[in-house]
Design a protein around this ligand. Structure first.
Ligand code: HEM
Length: 358
């Protein structure tokens, strides 16, 4: 019996000790945690009170300048308040109005095609070819067209992609699209500047306005209303082509200068410089995109046989007479425009003559 009582007593004491030691251990751990948590809280509170309290963030938000080791302009300003004006101008005004202008231009050319219809030749083609654009001219035109159009698409992706592409493609693909658009735009942009300069040097002379162009405009290019089909006189380029040329040069120059400011932020540009350049760049590009929607329409669908010249270098005699009568009169008797003219044989003859006279 005593043995039994002894065993019961031992078990009870062991259970009691076990319970006591476990609860002591638990209370010790929680005690430590609370201690660490309290210490962390105090540090964070101290940090908040010392460096980053509500007043601190209010000052940052108000554009207050702080201290930084960087010596670049405005690097001490974490949040630039005037940047909000730029953001509103770009996102709330220029971006929606630009989209409206582009869709409006597309709608207008569609309307022109279906309501006015393409300008057809009034007489059949004669088959006699007149030299219009050299190989160099055509290479220049198509390089410019390719560069401009791909820059336009990548630029429009940068501005509108988040509204039109992002919601309908997987995130992974979207990140690739926007990355590619940005890189393409940044690296190909300077090529546009080079081509623009060559276009200006090569074509400025034939694009200067004369009284002939004023009359061309007064008759609305013979394209609409009571003048439709009248073919007002024109030299090598008509008033409309000259206008599109100077539009390209003028806004292209703005695009180029602002593009360089944005592409190379290494010359002490401030945020204001970047914001202004961004707005000038976007506005000029949108104006050119809308203008060239009309140019491309005329070239592709709006005028019969206009594209031939920019593809083969030659136009039909009938087209030349109807759309550029003054130029036709100037060039019709040149040897290169006579039927059966062989450019290669002519060049060989000239070379031979030069050799003999030397
Ligand atoms: C698919 C796109 C395009 C087509 C089908 C096209 C078509 C044409 C055609 C047919 C001409 C010759 C007109 C003539 O012989 O009188 C021309 C001229 C011209 N194109 Fe384009 N073009 C396109 C895009 C562009 C682009 C994107 C630019 C520039 C950003 C451009 C700039 C010019 C210039 C500056 C001229 C010379 C105008 C002149 O002074 O006579 N073209 N284009």
């Amino acid at each position: 019996m005593t043995k039994r009582i002894q065993r019961w007593f031992t078990m009870l004491v062991t259970a009691f000790m076990l319970t006591f030691s476990l609860s002591a251990l638990a209370s010790d751990e929680t005690g430590q945690n609370t201690g660490i948590e309290r210490l962390g809280e105090t540090v964070v509170q101290k940090e908040i009170i010392g460096f980053a309290g509500a007043d601190y963030w209010r000052m940052v938000k108000d554009g207050q300048e702080g201290y930084t080791t960087s010596r670049s302009p405005e690097h001490g300003v974490l949040i630039s308040v005037p940047g909000q004006t730029w953001f509103i101008l770009k996102e709330k005004w220029m971006s929606p109005l630009g989209a409206l202008a582009i869709f409006g231009s597309l709608a207008m050319v569609a309307l022109a095609y279906f309501v006015i219809g393409p300008l057809k030749l009034s007489k059949p083609k004669t088959g006699r070819k007149i030299k219009r654009w050299s190989r160099l001219d055509r290479a220049l035109h198509w390089s410019m067209a390719f560069t401009f159009l791909t820059l336009a698409f990548s630029g429009l992706t940068l501005v509108y992609g988040k509204h039109f592409i992002k919601p309908v493609v997987p995130t992974e693909l979207w990140s690739w699209i926007i990355y590619a658009a940005k890189q393409y735009h940044n690296y190909i942009g300077p090529i546009f500047a080079v081509l623009l300069t060559v276009v200006l040097l090569k074509w400025w002379r034939k694009s200067t306005f004369t009284m002939v162009d004023v009359k061309w405009f007064m008759k609305m290019g013979g394209m609409v209303g009571k003048y439709k089909g009248t073919h007002p006189s024109a030299g090598f380029s008509n008033g409309g082509e000259k206008a599109i040329f100077w539009l390209l040069i003028f806004f292209g120059a703005f695009i180029t200068v602002s593009g360089f400011v944005l592409d190379f932020p290494l010359f002490g540009q401030t945020r204001r410089d970047m914001e202004l350049s961004n707005l000038v760049h976007m506005l000029s590009a949108l104006i050119l995109i809308c203008g060239f929607i009309f140019h491309i329409y005329i070239g592709l669908f709006g005028m019969e046989a206009a594209l031939d010249g920019m593809i083969t270098g030659e136009v039909d005699e009938t087209w030349a007479k109807e759309h550029h009568d003054l130029w036709y009169e100037e060039v019709k008797d040149l040897p290169e425009n006579q039927p059966g003219y062989n450019a290669k044989a002519e060049a060989e003859l000239k070379a031979e003559a030069a050799k003999q006279s030397a």
